[in-house]
Write a protein that binds this ligand. Structure first.
Ligand code: CA
Length: 237
């Protein structure tokens, strides 16, 4: 999940970016309304955390322009403006949620998860494709063994018919992107855009390395390579 963080308070933005990245979000930060609008003209974001008091354009104006373009990108307003009037305005202008500063980071995370669930698969935090189940909330991955597949390299503990498999944060994000798009090919560039924020240095073979690691612990042929195009997980249904 990629978040555009629009916030002119740099220490707050840095702290938020760190916390969000710790939860597996990819965060791109801008500190002005104009820069936010520029960033929103590309399809690089999945949601926005929007401060209202910005140095150039007011956050409400950014929101208004976004909605005028018929964008349904989820927006959480994060602001010191705590009047009922301001909250009503923000929500009526098309924000999905409104959180007043100072706030607890756990509350922001919970509200982001609400949006993530809404965007994702129904009301569940689970994505299931074939033998593999991925929990977007707990970040756990289970492979059902069912006696059908013996190609899974033995990982950690057994729970009933499932093996829990541990991956690094980036590997988890690659798998999540592919499972969310099961049945569709994702290009290497598309996968990269879901893993790294702007300006972050990316090794040219980073995606290949993550895929290689994933394949070692997942059922045979779960992730397929479409030569010269990208990667796909086929939905068995
Ligand atoms: Ca501000």
């Amino acid at each position: 999940m990629r978040i555009l963080l629009v916030e002119d308070d740099v220490p707050l933005a840095n702290a938020l970016q760190k916390s969000l990245q710790g939860e597996g979000f990819v965060v791109n930060h801008v500190n002005q309304g104009k820069l936010a609008l520029n960033a929103l003209s590309t399809p690089d974001q999945d949601m926005i955390i929007l401060d209202l008091g910005l140095p150039d354009i007011d956050g409400l104006e950014v929101l208004k322009q976004l909605r005028n373009k018929k964008s349904s990108l989820p927006v959480i307003i994060l602001t010191a403006r705590d009047s009922t009037e301001s909250k009503v305005k923000g929500l009526d202008y098309g924000a999905d949620d409104y959180l007043v500063k100072p706030f607890e980071i756990q509350e922001l995370m919970a509200r982001l998860r609400v949006i993530e669930r809404r965007l994702g698969t129904a009301n569940s935090s689970l994505i299931c494709v074939g033998q593999v189940t991925l929990d977007t909330f707990s970040h756990k991955i289970f492979v059902s063994i069912n006696g059908r597949d013996t190609s899974i390299t033995p990982a950690n503990k057994y729970t009933n018919n499932e093996i829990e498999i541990h991956f690094s944060k980036k590997e988890f994000m690659v798998l999540k992107a592919l499972m969310e798009n099961a049945g569709r090919i994702l290009s290497r560039e598309k996968i990269e855009s879901k893993l790294y924020h702007w300006g972050e240095e990316v090794l040219s073979n980073a995606v290949e390395v993550h895929i290689h690691k994933l394949r070692k612990s997942l059922p045979d042929k779960f992730i397929q390579n479409v030569r010269g195009v990208g990667y796909i997980i086929n939905n068995p249904h």
